[in-house]
Structure formats: C-alpha cells, structure tokens
Design a protein around this ligand. Structure first.
Ligand code: HEC
Ligand code: HEC
Ligand code: HEC
Ligand code: HEC
Ligand code: HEC
Ligand code: HEC
Length: 441
C-alpha cells in the first residue's frame, strides 16, 4: 500500500477527481431547490410544489396571487414573515386564531379590512408545505420550471431532449469507468515491471505538495482540462439558449379565463375576441365589454363544466370577479359605474427589435392560429406553445409554400421565377422571408 501511494497515478488522485465530478452533478440537480430564498424552511423546500400548485389553484387562487396582492396578501415570502406553526394554524382556521387573540393574526385581519379567509380543515401540514413550496418559487424560476407548469396546463414544452442532469450523470460514470480502467492498467504494468526488475518510479521524494503531484500527472491534467472545457461549453450554451425563450410560460391571470371552456366546449371563434388578428399587426386581448355581451346572462357555469382541478364554485367566483371589474350589479341588472381595470399578464412577447405581423400570417398566408399557438381549445390556462425564436420563424419560412393561386402579384413572380430557376413552388423564404430587414427594424 505504501508503495502504491507513491505511484504517479494513485487512488487518492482518482478519488478527488470523482468527488469533483459528483459535486458538480449534485449541484446541477439542486438547482431548483437552490433557487428558493434562503429563508424558506427545509420542509417547504423539500415539499411537492406540483401538488401545491393544484391545491393553490383550486382553494386559494380566488383570493391570493403568489406575487402580488389580491383579495388577500401576496403569498410569496410568507415563510419569511411568519413561522411555520403559525402558518399551519392560520391556514387551517384563521378565524379561530384571531379569536384566540394572537397578536399577529389580529393585526393582519385589521390590515385587510376584516375580510375573513375561509377555513381549510381538510389540509394536512404536508398539504400546506406543498402549497407554500409552490408560492415560494421565485417568479423568475417559475417561468422556466416545466415540471410545475406541466401539471397544470399540460405544457408540451418539456417534450424531447434529455435533461442535463442525466447527461452529466452519464458523463461522470463514463469518466469513472475510464479512470478505473486506467488505474488497473497502471497497476498491472507496475507489477509487471517490478517482476522483471525494471525500476518503478519509487524514488520520488515523499510529501510533495499536491499541486506539484497534480501538475506532473499528465492524465489528471488532461481530464481536468477536458472537464473544464465541457463545463464552460455547457454553461455557455445553456446561457445562450435561454435568451428570450419563455416557451411554456404560464402566468397566473387576474381572472381565471379558460380557453378550453370558451373555445373548446362552447366553440366560440377566436376572432370573436381576438378580432384584430386578421387585419392588424396585433391580435390584442378583448376588452371586458366583449365578455359582458355574454356574461350579463351567464353568471354561473353548469355542473358539467367543473373538473377535478376546478370546482363549479371556483368558476362562479371567477365570473363574480368579472362583474366586480365591470361594475355589473346582478341584482339590478345594471352597471354601478364602479370599475376596476383588469391587467392581463402578457404571455407572448417578442423583443422590440423584432417585427411580427398577424395579418400577414393569418389573412395573407392563411395559417391557422393553432399552428403557432398550439391546441388553444384544450388550454385551461393559456401558455406559450412555440419558442418564438428567430430559428423558429426562419424554419417555417423555409418550409412553407406561399399560396400562389388567386394572388395576381405572386402568380406573376412565380411565373418568372419558375422560368429562371425551374422551381415548382414558392416558399416564404424565397419571397424574402429570410431577409434581416423584414423582421428587424
Ligand atoms: C376568500 C378569500 C381567501 C381564500 C380563498 C384564501 N385566503 Fe388566505 N387570506 C385572505 C385574506 C383576506 C387574508 C388577510 C387576512 C384576513 O383578512 O383574514 C389572508 C391571509 C392569508 C395568509 C397570511 C398572509 C400573511 O401575509 O401573513 C396566508 C398564509 C394565507 N392567507 C394562505 C392561504 C392559503 C394557503 C389559502 C388556500 C388554501 C388561502 N389563504 C385561501 C383571503 C383568502
Ligand atoms: C371569449 C373570448 C376569447 C376567445 C373566444 C379566445 N380568446 Fe384568446 N384570450 C382571451 C383572453 C381574455 C386572453 C387573456 C387571458 C389569458 O391569457 O388567458 C386571451 C389570450 C390569448 C393568447 C395569449 C395572449 C398573450 O398574452 O400572449 C393567445 C395566443 C390566444 N388567446 C389565442 C386564442 C386562440 C387561438 C383562440 C381560438 C382558438 C382564442 N384565443 C379564443 C379571450 C379569448
Ligand atoms: C360568446 C359568449 C361568451 C363570451 C364573449 C365570453 N364568455 Fe365567458 N363563458 C361563456 C360560457 C358559455 C361559459 C361557460 C358556461 C358553462 O359552462 O355553463 C363561460 C364561462 C366563463 C367563466 C367561468 C369558466 C372560466 O373560464 O373560468 C369565466 C371566468 C368567464 N367565462 C370569463 C369570461 C371573460 C373574462 C370573457 C371576456 C374576455 C368572457 N368570459 C367572454 C360565454 C362567453
Ligand atoms: C405564424 C405564427 C402565428 C399565427 C398563425 C398566429 N399567431 Fe398569434 N402570435 C404569434 C407571435 C409571434 C406573437 C407575439 C407577437 C409580439 O410579441 O409582437 C403572437 C401574439 C398573439 C397574441 C398576444 C397579443 C398580440 O397581439 O401580440 C394573441 C392574442 C394572439 N397571438 C392570438 C392569435 C390568434 C387568435 C391567431 C389566429 C387568428 C393567431 N394569434 C395566429 C404568432 C402567431
Ligand atoms: C407557421 C409558419 C410561419 C411561422 C412560424 C412564421 N412565419 Fe412569417 N411567414 C410565413 C409565410 C407562409 C409567409 C408568407 C406570407 C405571404 O406573404 O404570403 C410569411 C411572411 C412573413 C413576413 C413577410 C415577408 C415578406 O416577404 O414580406 C414577415 C416579416 C414574417 N413572416 C415574419 C415572421 C416572424 C418575425 C416570425 C417569428 C416570430 C414568423 N414570421 C413566423 C410563415 C410563418
Ligand atoms: C423571419 C424573421 C427573421 C429574420 C428573417 C431574421 N430574424 Fe433575427 N430575430 C428574429 C426574431 C423573432 C428574434 C427574437 C428571438 C428571441 O427573442 O429569441 C431575432 C433575434 C435576432 C438577434 C438577437 C439574438 C437572439 O437570438 O436573441 C440577432 C442578432 C438577429 N436576430 C440577427 C438577424 C440577422 C443578422 C438576420 C439576417 C441574416 C436576421 N436576424 C433575420 C426574427 C428574424
């Protein structure tokens, strides 16, 4: 053993490389957990945020938003303000806690104009941990976190692609196996040399500083360099690829508006609400007056509309929010004049330096909304289906043929081009759809 430790490539070095590797892999897996603020307690960090999302949406979303105040206070950061025991008691039965004279509870109740929060005796401490795990996800991370988004809206963005953790894990295993093989080869060769009386480098002075031993060991240096290069490439690639991509982005809206119910079950046409898509650059979000065309009559959803995740009470309450926003008084069937603006959170958003025109694509090219926005009629909560990157635009321009028939302008160009290049079809690309200036001001 003594001798073994002195050989240029020994077990100790071997181990240190792997510790480095595994530290890296484990670090990658902890990313989401790391993203939590340092104040978030352990039991919340380890809870199931996906389950928490479902509970939150069905029980709490009517009054709370994670990142801003609604009927009740914003819940993000609540584990910093309050301790866990207080939270368990408050959420299960806030009124009881207020009656018990708890000073924090009484003060909060007064601050929020004595609006009573419902009691939730059905929630266990674990359920509450889950809900808190969901609301404590930093806003920035939530956008990117598919695992949470997927459980609610059926986001398709996660499809395909092996996760980086798996790739890194495999890489570490491959290198581990490689090093073990090299170590064994080295050992056998040394033994062989000894048996044949060839001197092995046993004359090395003892107690060499580790970095000298490291620098002398070409294999270790090589492995480290390769590893560093890979790490830099991976990090750089990841950073570049995330620029501007919000695919799957699914924010919580001020009113839970379901495209599934309106466009799917009730077959309301897209253009009834997004009327400008055909004629202008923007397709716009409808004003609440458009909603009230129908909702003066529709104050409730039918029993069949409710799902496992969203109860009839939940939906009815959302329609009440629409009434509150437009100042509609059901009792007198008239407007009170007291309105509250509803600020829809914008989901699709190209950077300012890119130009996109709906009319060009919908009316001129005749492309269906779903080709770019995905199965909207199945979306309970709207999310961004396509990446909206430059590559995405360009790919489609390369692949899509322009409708030549019935367009005198294109028919003429087509005729000339087919004489010149002998092409059958005209793609958007051939029409100038790859020119920088068409999409960039
Ligand atoms: C009917 C509306 C309503 C619902 C539903 C509701 N809350 Fe509340 N919540 C409030 C109000 C209002 C307050 C502010 C205190 C008060 O007035 O009682 C509050 C306060 C809180 C607080 C304390 C926040 C702080 O800043 O300390 C927590 C935590 C909380 N709610 C969690 C939840 C959770 C979790 C759910 C779902 C299981 C939920 N609430 C459902 C209305 C509601
Ligand atoms: C009854 C009205 C209505 C109908 C019908 C409707 N929408 Fe919407 N749409 C909305 C409202 C309200 C929003 C904003 C809230 C949200 O994002 O869920 C919205 C948001 C969107 C967004 C996201 C906008 C953004 O912020 O980037 C897209 C894309 C969209 N709708 C596409 C469609 C398509 C495609 C159809 C037809 C299949 C359709 N909508 C039918 C009302 C409607
Ligand atoms: C063309 C008629 C029509 C228009 C316009 C319309 N709705 Fe609805 N809405 C309905 C119908 C039908 C239902 C479902 C009733 C049922 O299932 O029993 C509904 C249900 C709802 C619900 C409960 C289900 C859910 O989606 O959460 C809300 C909230 C709602 N509408 C909001 C809106 C808003 C906001 C607008 C405007 C952007 C709007 N509606 C425009 C017909 C309409
Ligand atoms: C060729 C792809 C494509 C098609 C087809 C398409 N959209 Fe879009 N849509 C986009 C892009 C890209 C954006 C982001 C635009 C921006 O940020 O300027 C967008 C944004 C939106 C928005 C957000 C508000 C706005 O105007 O920026 C709505 C609503 C919308 N689309 C609805 C529709 C509807 C309804 C249809 C069908 C009639 C449709 N879209 C067809 C690509 C498309
Ligand atoms: C689903 C396919 C598809 C996608 C995705 C798409 N386009 Fe297009 N685009 C077309 C087609 C087809 C045309 C040709 C329309 C015509 O003039 O007949 C076109 C035309 C254009 C034009 C006009 C080009 C010209 O020659 O005048 C611009 C600008 C444009 N697209 C921008 C964009 C941008 C920006 C995006 C991405 C945000 C995008 N498109 C995504 C299919 C697509
Ligand atoms: C069909 C439309 C289209 C054409 C043609 C196009 N771009 Fe883009 N470009 C975009 C869109 C959309 C984005 C925004 C992508 C995003 O946010 O990820 C973009 C982003 C960019 C960016 C910012 C980097 C990035 O990825 O965010 C640069 C630089 C750029 N384009 C340069 C060019 C150049 C140079 C050309 C000509 C060779 C060109 N573009 C042609 C649509 C186009």
């Amino acid at each position: 053993m003594e001798k073994l430790m002195e050989r240029p490539f020994n077990l100790k070095h071997c181990l240190s490389v792997f510790l480095l590797f595994f530290a890296f892999v484990i670090h990658a897996q902890d990313d989401v957990e790391d993203a939590y603020g340092s104040y978030v307690p352990e039991e919340v960090v380890n809870a199931d945020a996906a389950n928490g999302k479902n509970l939150f949406n069905s029980l709490c979303a009517a009054c709370h938003k994670p990142y801003r105040d609604g009927v009740g206070p914003k819940l993000h950061g609540v584990t910093e303000r309050r301790d866990m025991d207080w939270l368990y008691k408050w959420i299960v039965n806030s009124q009881e806690l207020i009656k018990s004279g708890d000073s924090q509870a009484v003060q909060l109740y007064e601050e929020w104009n004595k609006v009573a929060m419902n009691a939730f005796p059905q929630l266990s401490n674990d359920d509450i941990n889950d809900i808190l795990a969901y609301v404590e996800i930093p806003q920035k991370v939530k956008k990117e976190d598919d695992s949470v988004a997927a459980s609610g809206g059926g986001s398709e963005s996660g499809g395909g692609g092996i996760s980086t953790e798996i790739v890194l894990g495999l890489l570490a295993i491959v290198l581990l196996v490689l090093s073990v093989i090299l170590y064994l080869v080295n050992k056998t060769l040394n033994r062989f040399a000894e048996a044949n009386g060839i001197p092995v480098r046993a004359d090395k002075p003892k107690g060499k500083p580790i970095w000298v031993a490291f620098a002398e060991n070409q294999f270790l240096v090589l492995v480290s360099v390769v590893f560093l290069l890979l790490a830099v490439a991976w990090g750089g690639y990841g950073y570049l690829m995330q620029v501007g991509i919000d695919q799957g982005y699914e924010p919580i809206q001020p009113i839970h508006y379901s495209h599934r119910i309106h466009s799917g079950e009730n077959q309301i046409e897209c253009k009834y609400c997004h009327s400008s898509a055909r004629v202008s650059k923007h397709s716009g979000i409808p004003s609440l007056n458009v909603c009230m065309n129908c909702h003066k009559q529709i104050a409730e959803v039918s029993e069949e509309t409710a799902t496992e995740d969203y109860s009839k009470e939940f939906y009815d309450n959302e329609i009440q929010k629409l009434y509150a926003a437009t100042g509609w008084d059901e009792a007198t069937q008239s407007y009170t004049g007291e309105t509250k603006p509803v600020k829809w959170v914008r989901i699709h958003n190209l950077p300012d330096f890119a130009y996109f025109n709906h009319a060009q694509h919908v009316s001129v090219a005749g492309i269906e909304c779903q080709e770019c926005h995905g199965p909207v009629e199945e979306m309970e909560i709207m999310y961004q289906h396509s990446p909206l990157t430059m590559g995405w635009c360009i790919n489609c321009h390369r692949e899509t043929n322009i409708k030549v028939e019935g367009n005198a302008y294109y028919e003429k160009i087509h005729e000339e081009l087919s004489k010149k290049y002998d092409v059958d079809k005209l793609t958007a690309a051939e029409m100038g759809g790859l020119e920088c200036g068409k999409c960039h001001y």
